[in-house]
Design a protein around this ligand. Structure first.
Ligand code: FAD
Length: 473
């Protein structure tokens, strides 16, 4: 191998950072010497925290795109990461291992163990922040405690801290070619649902930047007002690229700087702030993952209703905005934020089904699944979170449809059996007069379900259950 073989070698372990640009840990590996890129499937972590099917599908495609950008040098290993990294380092004489930090409590525990094992093998490990604008310990209250409420967290904790680092360019990489006996990526499966998702999304670092530019140029102006209307498509749809690390939050934060009206830029950045807040909460309150943050919610009399849960999952509740959202999720791997709130409220309040069942379904179906954002958002809607919607805030899906989907374009797109119903009745077909239903060719209970619950009565049931807990607003 000549002169190159005497140069120092670093391994970069790709995890939640499937990109070359603005990747400080990868840049550290490149600065050290020749670089070996690796992705590792850790069966122990997967068993305890399985990746959802849609998320795993996106990740497979994202890894394939990354491997192409790396000239086919990505090693794809499976097993205990400490063992895999130790063996790879021994084979290539690598002295440094780098990775981007992740902040879920279970990943931190695993990474701490990996670091200790590598130190025991006299290997240097270096992790860097490439996933958050501010690390969870950089945004504490003046007294050192974590924030529990978004507004002071964002205003004081984030905007009062040092501004987010400017993005780094992709480093020049002197890559160590992959030997024939070193495993590369397996060809991805292509089940029909995966092929369908593949027609909807472009996956890869270049595609991520195109999506970012498209948003900044075409939809940033007007974001603050337009973001709540699911049919308008005015949000960025960058969440999957952020969840898989094909874009860094720093790239997104700085791309919008002075690129649109100040109120739109500020609103959009505040949404990135919610992503930071979610990570902050899960980091400082690990029980967010499995238990209510408000202790009184432990006694919530959740209903055991497998049929209701299944109807919700399949978009067959008979409540059009809820069904449209659940079908959007199933068909596209994504759901608009306003509708996520509505379907989550319907499950946890109108159906009184445990938020954890909803969070699990989202985790399985979302291409942008992020444990922190998902868990924090579910607890927010359920009312059990640190900063939560007041318990008496029960979204009325019919009123939400009238307000945020006034022409019914979103409902008609995903619930086509209602397409001929006049706008006025689209959010609540059960209240339409018989002749209106007949004219629209709609037989409730046959062409489209009758509502699973009466919205007013189920709302009252939820309020009573919350009051009995002693829930506070
Ligand atoms: P934009 O409006 O363009 O926002 C820009 C970015 O800010 C998003 O890409 C996202 O990274 C971040 N963001 C926006 N809103 C939120 C929010 N409320 N909380 C945290 N980050 C936010 N988001 C996920 O990324 N992964 C999840 O698993 C997830 N689960 C959710 C579950 C529920 C019940 C709810 C109510 C929300 C959830 N969200 C989740 C938050 C939000 O719905 C999505 O981030 C947003 O819809 C993504 O679309 P976008 O990229 O067009 O958002």
């Amino acid at each position: 191998m000549g002169a190159a073989s005497s140069a120092p070698v670093a391994i970069h372990w790709f995890r939640n950072d499937l990109r070359l640009s603005d990747n400080p840990a990868l840049a550290a590996a490149a600065a050290h010497g020749r670089v070996i890129p690796v992705a590792i499937e850790d069966p122990a972590l997967v068993a305890a925290h399985p990746a959802g099917a849609a998320f795993a599908w996106w990740r497979g495609r994202a890894l394939a795109a990354l491997d192409r950008a790396l000239g086919g040098t990505l090693r794809a290993l499976r097993g205990d990461p400490a063992e895999a990294l130790r063996a790879l380092a021994a084979r290539h004489g690598a002295s440094l291992i780098t990775w981007t930090r992740a902040y879920e409590p279970w990943t931190i525990a695993r990474d701490t163990a990996v670091k200790a094992a590598l130190a025991g093998a006299r290997l240097q490990a270096r992790s860097a922040n490439g996933a958050l604008l501010w690390e969870p310990w950089e945004t504490l209250k003046p007294d050192g405690a974590p924030y529990r409420v978004f507004t002071p967290f964002y205003r004081r904790g984030c905007l009062g801290a040092a501004p987010p680092r400017r993005p780094l360019p992709a480093p020049h990489l002197d890559l160590v070619p992959r030997a024939p006996d070193e495993p590369g990526l397996a060809a991805p499966d292509e089940a029909p649902w995966q092929a369908r998702l593949g027609r909807l999304w472009r996956i890869g670092e270049d595609a991520a930047h195109d999506a970012l530019q498209g948003f900044v140029q075409e939809r940033l102006a007007g974001y603050a007002k337009g973001r709540d209307f699911p049919a308008l498509g005015r949000t960025s749809r960058l969440s999957p690229y952020l969840a898989h690390g094909q874009l860094s939050p720093n790239q997104v934060w700085h791309a919008v700087e002075a690129a649109g009206p100040p109120e739109d830029v500020a609103k959009f950045r505040a949404e990135l702030g919610w992503r930071e807040f979610s990570a902050h909460l899960l980091f400082h309150f690990p029980k967010l993952a499995h238990a209510p943050l408000r202790p009184e919610f432990a006694a919530m009399p959740w209903r055991d209703d497998p049929e209701g849960l299944e109807a919700w999952r399949r978009g067959r509740t008979g409540v059009p905005l809820v069904d449209a959202g659940m079908r959007e999720l199933w068909q596209t791997g994504y759901m608009h934020n306003r509708v996520r709130m509505v379907v989550a409220s319907f499950l946890t309040k109108n159906l009184l089904i445990d938020w954890r069942a909803g969070a699990r379904w989202f985790a399985d179906c979302l291409v942008d699944h992020s444990p922190a954002s998902n868990l924090a958002s579910w607890q927010w809607v359920a009312g059990s979170g640190a900063d939560a919607a007041p318990y008496f805030r029960v979204f009325n899906p019919a009123a939400q449809a009238a307000k945020f989907d006034p022409q019914g374009d979103y409902i008609r797109r995903f619930v086509p059996e209602l397409a001929r119903l006049p706008d006025r009745w689209l959010g609540a077909p059960w209240s339409a007069p018989a002749e209106v239903l007949a004219q629209a060719g709609l037989r409730l209970g046959r062409d489209y379900p009758r509502p699973l619950v009466d919205l007013a009565a189920s709302r009252q049931r939820a309020l009573d259950a919350h009051r009995a807990l002693g829930a506070k607003a």
